[in-house]
Design a binder for this molecule. Structure first.
Ligand SMILES: [Ca+2]
Ligand SMILES: [Ca+2]
Ligand SMILES: [Ca+2]
Length: 344
């Protein structure tokens, strides 16, 4: 009997030691997110969608689809199902300011002198007949501004003071080859770092063409106002249906208007031009233009910050422009990939 009790005590001691070991292993992993045990290989793709708030737009409530009863939580989950694990589904962020916040199962390392992650969109090259555009890349480029967060306090969340903006070519004041032509036709080429816009939920869906042209009212902090029209191709409600508020306000950097009509007034043909670097949905996927260097992150004053890596990425539509029948410029996201894990 005595022997048995000693045996049990021994076993208990072993279990306590084993559990303690496992717990401390877990703690170590949390303390140092750059360290990964070999038995749990990190995935290069998105594993979390923290928030999806699109701006009203022609693909909203469709990509992904809203169904009666959906909430912010279920919509986040629908977005995750589209863009996790290299699925490359399509999520539309709608007009200026609409955003998605994604996370990963590890910290994407910031390797010096190299680009670290890639944002996939649905940008493509098109033919541009405009000689004035010179070497500009025209086609369907709908640039999204990118923010990155390093989970410095290790609480598993991107805190407000952990976000930094990726400074692309427009924020740096670089002049794109298509600017001259865009200026000539009256595009707004300002790059506002403090833009703020509010969209108001319509009381009802439009019934006449007149109501369609004045569908979703917006006002901004630069004295501007206008309407996002409803077009004939997309008939569903454009205001995100799971959001109960009667208005949506977005703040951020607003990029120069990149859409140009290369057709005629009667038969318009819109070409959307790309910026040199630093945005989402601004380069063909699997090209260097879609790749981002974490060292491009800057603080609110535009000073470079040097982050060891990135745990969260936020992407929002950066251009505020309606391009005729093509509709509003809206960034699409199909995934975010850790280039180092992909060995690219
Ligand atoms: Ca880097
Ligand atoms: Ca945090
Ligand atoms: Ca797009």
């Amino acid at each position: 009997m005595k022997k048995k009790i000693i045996c049990l005590a021994d076993r208990l001691l072993w279990m306590v030691l084993l559990c303690g070991g496992l717990l401390s292993a877990c703690r170590n992993e949390k303390e140092d997110p750059m360290e990964k045990g070999p038995e749990v290989p990190a995935t290069p793709y998105i594993t979390k969608v923290l928030e999806f708030v699109p701006c009203p737009g022609q693909f909203v409530n469709v990509l992904p689809e809203f169904k009666e009863g959906d909430t912010q939580e279920t919509m986040n989950q629908k977005v995750l199902e589209l863009i996790e694990n290299n699925k490359r589904g399509l999520v539309s962020l709608g007009g200026f300011g609409g955003y998605v916040v994604v996370g990963f199962d590890h910290t994407i390392e910031n390797k010096p002198g190299s680009r670290d992650f890639r944002v996939l969109g649905n940008a493509f090259n098109g033919n541009s007949s405009a000689a004035a555009s010179g070497t500009a890349k025209g086609g369907s480029y709908e640039p999204g501004v990118i923010l990155v967060a390093y989970d410095k306090n290790g609480n598993g969340k991107p805190d407000a003071d952990e976000w930094y903006e990726i400074q692309g070519s427009a924020q740096k004041g670089e002049v794109e080859p298509w600017y001259a032509e865009a200026k000539e036709v009256g595009n707004d080429l300002h790059c506002y770092s403090d833009y703020e816009i509010t969209y108001y939920k319509p009381k009802a869906e439009p019934k006449t063409e007149e109501e369609e042209a004045q569908y979703i009212h917006w006002t901004d902090n630069k004295g501007g106002e206008g309407y996002l029209p409803k077009n004939e191709y997309h008939r569903q409600p454009y205001f995100p249906q799971w959001i109960q508020s009667d208005r949506l306000t977005f703040k951020g950097t607003r990029l120069p208007q990149n859409g140009l009509n290369h057709g005629t007034e009667e038969a318009p043909y819109f070409v959307l031009f790309s910026f040199a670097y630093g945005y989402a949905d601004n380069a063909v996927n699997d090209t260097e233009g879609a790749c981002i260097d974490i060292d491009w992150a800057v603080d609110a004053h535009g000073n470079a910050v040097h982050l060891p890596g990135v745990d969260f990425v936020k992407i929002y539509t950066g251009v505020h422009q309606v391009n005729g029948w093509l509709g509003e410029c809206s960034t699409e996201v199909m995934g975010v990939e850790d280039l180092h894990l992909l060995k690219n």
